[in-house]
Design a protein around this ligand. Structure first.
Ligand SMILES: [Zn+2]
Ligand SMILES: [Zn+2]
Length: 420
């Protein structure tokens, strides 16, 4: 038997409906913040990611699905979407549109990661990018929107971590201080950190190895090195979040290893997800456009949520089976099945979810209706076919009423929730 590739999975009903429900809620939050949906290609030229995500990262060096196309061009399945959105912004000159660009996306990304709980090689992200403004109000708005979004999908138990990583003026000063503090202690750190201490010292701060934490806590903090413009920006972001009574923790160790990240960075964590408890990350990337070779400045900020992990967090918080089938039609006999076919079509045209059962004995049909968690069963036998009166049974109460075709249609049409 052919099976799905390791690290990929099928999302089957009823989980598929839960995914769609979350996406609908999320779209509605994006709508009120005036975001528009962007859909970029699943694959791009490899250079886009090696320039934006960075050659030195695990993503680019080990995890990308990169292949030569038939004409010899190197192509990569997108490992994340910020680079593609920025590419599209620059390519289509979205800077010429009125106002700033607020773009969101929902879709699969691809990384050849070591499979573990809640991590997939084809994984799904919900994310957004705001491009065209450096204002701290935009940063605060993104953080507030993300928390609205999580609350909307009923993730309640989250924490917000906030930091500033400075800018191209003040970060080099911090990096120099960090490097000189690392020199005497780096031999005592884990092997990854020993390497990072020279290649990318910022990432030492990010190390999760327990034995390293004591040394890391003695290293200098970026927040003591912010220039006055970055300090002012960060204070303003915090002021706006405080105004909304949105709690957060300033976490100086929350850094991003790449040069084009600037100022605000944030992460949302969720208690139910254990050690790998980050549910989403985001931040400002005013240097990204230049990194991609653009002369046009395009300051931006964005975030992405791992939807697979989000769904896992939701399952932990509340697993409730919802009934999606409004009416199960149970026909007995060929004429009844013919009528059932027509009634089903009429109900579906009115937005009612209907499934027609097999031509079977009533007892078997009702058993099936229960298993499908139908809200109602419409019973059609020979007698009903002749009289034009059908029995509508409410499955939870067992209550039965006799309805005509017209009555059936009008009852489902006049109520908003497809109930009777
Ligand atoms: Zn600065
Ligand atoms: Zn380490």
């Amino acid at each position: 038997m052919i099976k799905a590739i390791k690290g990929t999975r099928d999302i089957l009903p009823p989980a598929g409906a839960r995914w769609a429900a979350v996406e609908n809620e999320v779209r509605d939050v994006f709508r009120v913040y005036h975001y528009g949906e962007i859909r970029t290609p699943i694959f791009e030229v490899s250079e886009l990611f090696s320039r934006s995500v960075g050659e030195e990262t695990d993503i680019v060096s080990k995890e990308m699905y990169t292949f030569l196309d038939r004409d010899g061009e190197s192509i990569t399945l997108r490992p994340e979407n910020t680079a593609s959105v920025m590419r599209a912004y620059l390519e289509h000159r979205l800077d010429q549109n009125a106002g700033i660009s607020r773009l969101y996306y929902i879709g699969p990304m691809f990384r050849r990661e070591r499979p573990q709980r809640g991590r997939y090689r084809q994984f799904h992200q919900i994310g957004a990018e705001v491009i065209g403004s450096e204002r701290p109000e935009v940063d605060a708005e993104v953080v507030v929107m993300v928390s609205d979004l999580l609350r909307r999908v009923e993730v309640k138990d989250f924490e917000i971590l906030l930091n500033s990583v400075g800018c191209k003026e003040c970060r080099p000063v911090f990096l120099a201080a960090l490097k000189s503090s690392l020199e005497p202690v780096q031999a005592n750190l884990c092997s990854d950190c020993q390497r990072r201490a020279t290649t990318n010292p910022l990432r030492v701060l990010d190390c999760k190895v327990p034995a390293d934490q004591e040394i890391i806590s003695t290293l200098p903090s970026i927040l003591d090195h912010l220039c006055s413009a970055c300090r002012g920006h960060f204070d303003r972001v915090q002021l706006l979040l405080n105004d909304q009574q949105l709690p957060y923790s300033v976490t100086p160790r929350l850094v991003r290893g790449l040069d084009y990240y600037t100022r605000t960075t944030f992460e949302f964590t969720h208690g139910e997800l254990g050690a790998q408890n980050s549910i989403l990350g985001g931040g400002r990337y005013d240097g990204l456009a230049a990194q991609l070779g653009s002369k046009m400045p395009a300051p931006g900020i964005g975030f992405s949520i791992g939807q697979d992990r989000l769904m896992l967090a939701l399952e932990k918080e509340a697993a409730s089976a919802v009934s999606s089938l409004d009416v199960f039609i149970a026909p007995m006999g060929a004429e009844a099945a013919r009528l059932a076919f027509s009634l089903a079509h009429g109900l579906r045209a009115r937005g009612v979810c209907v499934e027609v059962g097999p031509d079977a004995k009533l007892k078997r049909s009702l058993e099936l209706a229960h298993k499908l968690v139908a809200r109602y069963t419409l019973i059609i036998g020979d007698e009903e076919t002749r009289s034009g009166q059908f029995l509508l049974k409410e499955m939870t109460t067992g209550e039965q009423v006799s309805v005509t075709r017209e009555l059936l249609f009008s009852r489902f049409t006049t109520t908003t929730d497809h109930g009777i």
